[in-house]
Design a protein around this ligand. Structure first.
Ligand SMILES: *Cc1c(COP(=O)(O)O)cnc(C)c1O
Length: 395
């Protein structure tokens, strides 16, 4: 009997969760272009355009900037395996889930991890960051710039300054900020920044951009032990993606096409315009949430523009609300987990997903689902967001 499978026909979803974010048609088109070999001259032309454009979105002049084959976690693992050896003292700023993943990866490499804890959703003030770093005297400091589990943005200037004073390199997780908010690697002083393709860059998941400062490169060159990871060894990867062009692994050629196209779209929009768009839509969304009688988990100055965490109203089952939104409107949002399980919604407005139309759509869908679950907002979120846009246009 012949084997029969239905044609591939994914459901239509509006992806407004913590990632993946919506992908534009031009990026899908790039994915369908014929591949060339992973050592082809044309492939390396695309690679060098990707590197150049990544410097732009990272806010860096770092020559050592590349895309690791794998998702955001591959970027994290690359940062950890190259800069953490057995016995390395690592100071981790712990205020959400992804700091825990960094901790886990560092411990697997034999690091001595010291953590400064904060409740999820809060951020570290410059003074306490300094004090912690001086007390620990680490070789590596790690923090999450955009904590997707909580919606909080951690400023890194004080962290980087103190870390450099004690001779440490700083790893920053920029997975949910890259392409949506200023990452400012050079201005902040970050030594190793990594990200992914499927959040602020609006590309499918599959590559992990990474960039290394001069200080990080020196640390890498001075490393005595061999990296226990072969795949993520930056010294080997530099020989592939650098001028030697020596085969290391078969790069996912189509993903490089897609990332190239997503980055060109960003350059065409203009970084400043893109950030302004994300900030504006985030603020309109918050105006809608507050009009609906809900509050945001994160204090006003520390909110991500890319990922919003409104608190679930008392007595409402967030899973039922999310199921309704998916079933009735095809909108994907996420809930909280860990200490925030059942307490927040996680709603992404990132990359191509950050539009006025989507702000209205998600607020309307959320309001319908909340009403069906017995919560009655005192005012319309959509109307409040509309008023916000009008006021902004007049200003
Ligand atoms: C999504 C995310 C990751 C992991 O990325 P994957 O692409 O899921 O492997 C790491 N850090 C943060 C802050 C994230 O949001």
């Amino acid at each position: 009997m012949p084997v029969r499978y239905a044609p591939l026909n994914p459901p239509k979803r509006l992806l407004l969760g913590p990632g993946p974010s919506p992908v534009e048609p031009r990026v899908y088109e790039a994915l369908s272009k014929p591949i060339v070999g992973h050592l082809d001259q044309y492939f390396f032309e695309i690679v060098s355009e990707v590197h150049e454009l990544l410097r732009l979105v990272f806010g860096t002049q770092n020559p050592f900037t590349m895309a690791i084959s794998g998702t955001g976690s591959a970027g994290m693992e690359t940062a950890i395996t190259n800069f953490v050896e057995p016995g390395t003292r690592v100071a981790v700023f712990a205020n959400g889930y992804f700091c825990d993943r960094i901790t886990d990866m560092a411990r697997r490499q034999g690091a001595e991890v010291v953590r400064l804890e904060k409740p999820w959703g809060e951020v570290f003030a410059p003074e306490e960051a300094r004090e912690f770093i001086y007390q620990v005297q680490p070789q590596v400091v790690a923090y999450v710039q955009a904590e997707t589990s909580t919606g909080a943005y951690q400023d890194g200037q004080a962290i980087c300054q103190a870390a450099h004073e004690v001779g440490a390199v700083v790893i920053a997780d920029c997975v949910t900020s890259l392409g949506a908010m200023p990452v400012e690697v050079d201005r902040t002083g970050i030594d190793v920044a990594y990200s992914c393709t499927q959040k602020g860059l609006s590309c499918p998941p599959g590559l992990a951009p990474i960039t290394l400062s001069e200080r990080a490169l020196e640390r890498l060159q001075a490393r005595k032990s061999v990296n226990r990871s072969w795949y993520f060894d930056l010294k080997l990867l530099a020989e592939y993606f650098g001028s030697a062009r020596r085969y290391h692994h078969t790069a996912p050629v189509s993903m490089f096409y897609a990332l190239r196209e997503a980055l060109v779209a960003i350059a065409e929009e203009g970084l400043e315009n893109r950030f302004r768009r994300h900030q504006l839509n985030h603020r309109a969304f918050v105006a809608g949430i507050e009009a609906m009688g809900m509050r945001m988990l994160v204090a006003e100055p520390h909110r991500l523009w890319s990922l919003n965490t409104p608190c679930v109203p008392e007595g409402v089952d967030d899973a039922r609300v999310r199921q309704r939104m998916l079933a009735e409107d095809g909108i994907e949002i996420f809930g909280g987990f860990g200490p925030l399980a059942g307490k927040v919604f996680r709603i992404g407005l990132m990359g191509a997903g950050s539009t006025q139309e989507n702000v209205f759509a998600v607020l309307a869908s959320l309001e319908r689902a909340l009403r069906a679950e017995g919560y009655h907002p005192p005012a319309s979120g959509v109307e409040a967001a509309r008023a916000f846009y009008e006021q902004y246009a007049l200003a």
